[in-house]
Design a protein around this ligand. Structure first.
Ligand code: PLP
Length: 431
């Protein structure tokens, strides 16, 4: 049983109406928590990894979305980070939800999300889940092959179907088109089959790949989707919705959105009366979550190539845990020093690594017995870090805790301390 002061604290909001500096808020939460851990006396688990999540960051991302893609209603991809407070906030902001399994759909429904604000965006669905969504009233779902159409005809003929087409996802971090999406030259036969089976095709969807970097991928996909809209008319379907999927990243969002917006205006102008939706995941949560890890062990490495001495430091989280994003999402989380020598260094220049030739060389490892469990091969810091010190990693909100395992008996359920740097989000969360 954890000591009360170490359990994830309830939502804290600043008192003033002005937005507070997010770093200050996050820093205070990190500091308070790590200061409470006495490494000489604490119980197992007290020094566990924890997150600080700034819901104000999620709120700001939504404003950014609305500014750049005003025509597009986001359906947040729950898979990316099924955090209940994120879902609550986004639901209050009016987003829908992209769910890919019964559990995700149950989660959204349990939080008051209306069935019509959910899309079951999984082209290859489990039979029993299709029966479940039918009973739950979740009608919107994607498909991309004939077998799936037969399945839907048998289990849920009234479903509202989106034909997911293949995209050029070469520029993305996580390619999806090798697994999902109908090739353009198969779309006509799929529409014909849907018609023969008496099914209800209502739209087209695509996904340019998670972590996409080429804005033209959106242009090509919107153009292809437009072709399918045209073809669908020949089979008697008047399609009403285009789903432009996910793939948006914080760094390139404005550039992506500009290309997407102009493609939408070209192929689906506002007077075409087509609803546009999207399934962003990473975009909403990536930068909102910071994780803190404790150094649990250190090994001194005597190596002349390391100017004498370096260290392997072992932290209590790794690639089998919240750093699963290294394996599954091709990320390179960057370690910073949170606390050493009794001082909290968050967001100070001393927290940052130093260039080659300066400071001390470290490699950073996870806690499991596996050799692949390494977070960082080489990073240099000025101070000499030791057991009990803390590191932190920013931008840990996407595809992290959702894919953490319990390998070797290490917990995959870590506290999240919520802060909120936006008064607008506070009002919504108190609904
Ligand atoms: N929609 C579908 C069908 C997906 O498979 C994914 C991610 O894999 C997403 C949305 C979310 O993508 P992203 O986090 O890149 O926005």
């Amino acid at each position: 049983v954890k000591k009360p002061h170490l359990i994830g604290e309830p939502l804290r909001f600043h008192q003033e109406n002005d937005a507070i500096d997010p770093k200050q808020l996050i820093g205070e939460a990190l500091h308070q928590r790590v200061e409470a851990v006495d490494h000489e006396m604490c119980d197992p688990g007290d020094e566990d990894t924890f997150y600080v999540a700034d819901l104000g960051d999620v709120y700001r991302q939504h404003l950014r979305w609305k500014k750049n893609l005003p025509r597009v209603r986001p359906f947040y991809a729950v898979k990316c980070n099924p955090d209940r407070k994120v879902i609550k906030l986004l639901s209050a902001l009016g987003t829908g939800f992209d769910c890919a399994s019964k559990t995700e759909i149950e989660l959204a429904l349990s939080m008051g999300v209306k069935p019509e604000s959910i899309i079951y965006a999984q082209p290859c669905k489990t039979n029993s889940y299709v029966r479940y969504v039918k009973a739950a009233g979740v009608k919107q779902m994607t498909f991309d092959n004939a077998d799936e159409l037969y399945k839907i005809a048998k289990l849920f003929p009234d479903a509202e179907l989106f034909l997911r087409i293949m995209t050029d996802d070469e520029s993305s971090l996580c390619r999806l088109s090798m697994k999902f999406g109908a090739a353009m030259d198969t779309t006509e036969s799929l529409l014909a089959l849907a018609k023969n089976l008496g099914l209800n095709v209502v739209g087209v969807s695509f996904h340019v790949g998670s972590g996409a970097s080429d804005p033209m991928a959106f242009f090509k996909a919107v153009r292809d989707a437009h072709n399918v809209f045209q073809k669908a008319r020949d089979y008697g379907f008047i399609l009403r919705t285009l789903d432009v999927g996910g793939g948006f990243c914080g760094e390139t969002f404005e550039a992506m959105a500009a290309v997407l917006d102009s493609a939408l205006n070209e192929f689906f102008p506002p007077h075409s009366d087509v609803n546009i939706i999207a399934e962003p995941g990473r975009f909403y949560v990536y930068s909102a979550f910071t994780i803190a890890c404790n150094i649990i062990a250190r090994r001194t490495v005597e190596d002349p190539t390391l100017d004498g001495k370096g260290y392997m430091v072992y932290v209590n989280d790794g690639v089998y845990g919240n750093f699963s994003s290294i394996m599954f999402d091709h990320q390179n989380p960057v370690a910073k020093i949170l606390r050493t020598g009794g001082r909290t260094l968050y967001n100070t220049p001393y927290a940052n690594s130093v260039p080659a030739g300066e400071g001390v060389e470290y490699s950073v490892w996870g806690p499991t017995c596996d050799g692949i469990d390494r977070i960082s091969e080489s990073i240099r810091f000025d101070p000499v870090l030791d057991v009990g010190d803390w590191l932190y990693f920013e931008d840990m909100g996407a595809y992290t805790k959702c894919s953490a395992t319990q390998f070797n008996g290490f917990s995959n359920s870590h506290d999240v301390i919520y802060v909120c740097s936006e008064p607008g989000a506070k009002a919504l969360l108190e609904l």
